[in-house]
Design a protein around this ligand. Structure first.
Ligand code: 2PG
Ligand code: MG
Length: 425
């Protein structure tokens, strides 16, 4: 074993040009590795706290305090420790912070270290990062999961908080479920994406993109977005509902006013039950197999109802609802809401807690989808996490823009180099 000899963090920038943290860990043996943390726009209210500087610089979004927390307060705790003691390190950082939401040190500070530790430990052992995560899952939970290549959800049309258009639903995604391997998945998604661009152009719609690389035109309705996507799948000589399915992320908390779901693109206000009927109608008409944050994170009665009405036909994913938090997820399971969870490690703030939440999901037969944030970097850790834990699904934006493509490119390399790791069934 080679102990940690240096922990160094700096402020860098994410895909929206907003400050974030990059942390580098060096070991006695000379090995060093770094990682960067992502950041959300449509955040759940119970997420761990992302520490920002406030003040006037960077519109209040600097992370120099969190960087200094790493360099001045947390780094000294880590010197000499074996980086493969991931759980011990994460727990020590959480204990030092001392709050439920990591607000003393900042969840971004703790996660930056947690990720860099994982990279350094894998590098020291000379194993791929996904194998490190697979071993770590076993170490933390006692269970083994077979590594596999995840099926992506490509967000090819952006709305909500991720775009400046009029579309209410935040993400319209394609799932190339009929593709035979990851290379084919990428071909199909790239072809569909570029057909969509041509179709938008032919209708004189804008082809500027939103935060996650999907197109962001203003349209007549949310349904029109789905129609355009169906058209682009067909233009690629693929069959909607057979080769390619559709997934939505409503991010509904963003358009719920406490009483009604306000769809500004259609100029309507719906009660929870009416909005569920609206979604049921879409599921009946189009090959939609997954809906994330269909309802507001506090509309638990609505969640119970939709789970009853759509839970057998559709993957119902809790993102803002569960915020990658084991306790909140177990509560949700008890209440019979949703059947799947979106996993974003910065919602909870460490690798160890992320793994425990995925374990809780597995124990309760909930599906896990590893996810990026709308503010991303070139860091590709989530691709390895999805492979190593064999969760089966990843959501990391459009097949466009390097902050999104970096993860898909990493998956292409894993597929190329590891012939024993296959596409998840
Ligand atoms: C989401 C995410 C990622 P954000 O809602 O699922 O797509 O968006 O990072 O803005 O929360
Ligand atoms: Mg979401």
């Amino acid at each position: 074993m080679s102990g940690i000899s240096k922990v160094d963090a700096i402020q860098v920038f994410d895909s929206r040009g907003i400050p974030t943290i990059s942390c580098k860990i060096t070991l006695d043996c000379g090995v060093s590795a770094s990682a960067m943390v992502p950041s959300g726009a449509s955040t759940g209210s119970k997420e761990a706290l992302e520490l920002r500087d406030n003040g006037i610089n960077y519109h209040g979004k600097g992370v120099l305090q969190a960087v200094s927390n790493i360099n001045e307060k947390l780094a000294p705790l880590l010197i000499g420790i074996d980086p493969s003691d991931q759980a011990e390190i994460d727990n020590m950082l959480i204990g030092f912070d001392g709050t439920e939401d990591k607000s003393t040190m900042g969840a971004n500070a703790i996660l930056a270290i947690s990720l860099a530790v994982a990279h350094a430990a894998a590098k020291e052992k000379n194993i791929p990062l996904y194998e490190y995560f697979s071993n770590l899952y076993k170490e933390i939970t006692g269970d083994y999961l077979k590594p596999s290549i995840p099926m992506p959800m490509f967000n090819i049309l952006n709305g909500g908080e991720h775009a400046d258009n009029n579309i209410d639903i935040q993400e319209f995604m394609i799932i190339p479920s009929g593709a035979k391997d990851f290379s084919e998945i990428m071909r199909w998604s790239s072809e569909i994406y570029h057909h969509l661009k041509n179709i938008l152009l032919s209708k004189q719609y804008l082809t500027a993109v939103g935060d996650e690389g999907g197109f962001a035109p203003s349209l007549k309705s949310n349904e029109e977005a789905i129609k355009l996507i169906i058209e682009s799948i067909e233009a690629s000589n693929l069959k909607p509902g057979k080769d390619v399915h559709i997934a939505l992320d409503c991010a509904a908390s963003e358009f719920f006013d406490g009483e009604k779901y306000i769809l500004k693109s259609e100029n309507i206000k719906l009660t929870s039950a009416e909005f569920i009927s609206y979604l049921k109608n879409l599921v009946g008409k189009y090959p939609i197999i997954s809906i994330e944050d269909a309802l507001d994170e506090d509309d638990l009665e609505g969640w119970k109802l939709i789970t009853k009405e759509l839970g057998n036909d559709c993957q119902l994913v809790g993102d803002d609802l569960f915020v990658t938090n084991e306790k909140i997820l177990s509560n949700g399971v008890k209440q019979g809401i949703a059947n799947s969870i979106l996993i974003k490690f910065n919602q909870v703030g460490s690798i160890t807690e992320t793994i425990k939440t995925i374990h809780c999901a597995n124990e309760n037969k909930f599906k896990s989808i590893i996810s990026h944030r709308s503010g991303e970097t070139e860091d590709t850790t989530i691709a390895d996490l999805a492979v190593g834990l064999g969760v089966g699904q990843i959501k990391t934006g459009a097949p466009c823009r390097s902050d999104r493509i970096a993860k898909y490119n990493r998956l292409l390399w894993i597929e190329h180099e590891s012939t024993d790791i296959l596409l998840n069934e």
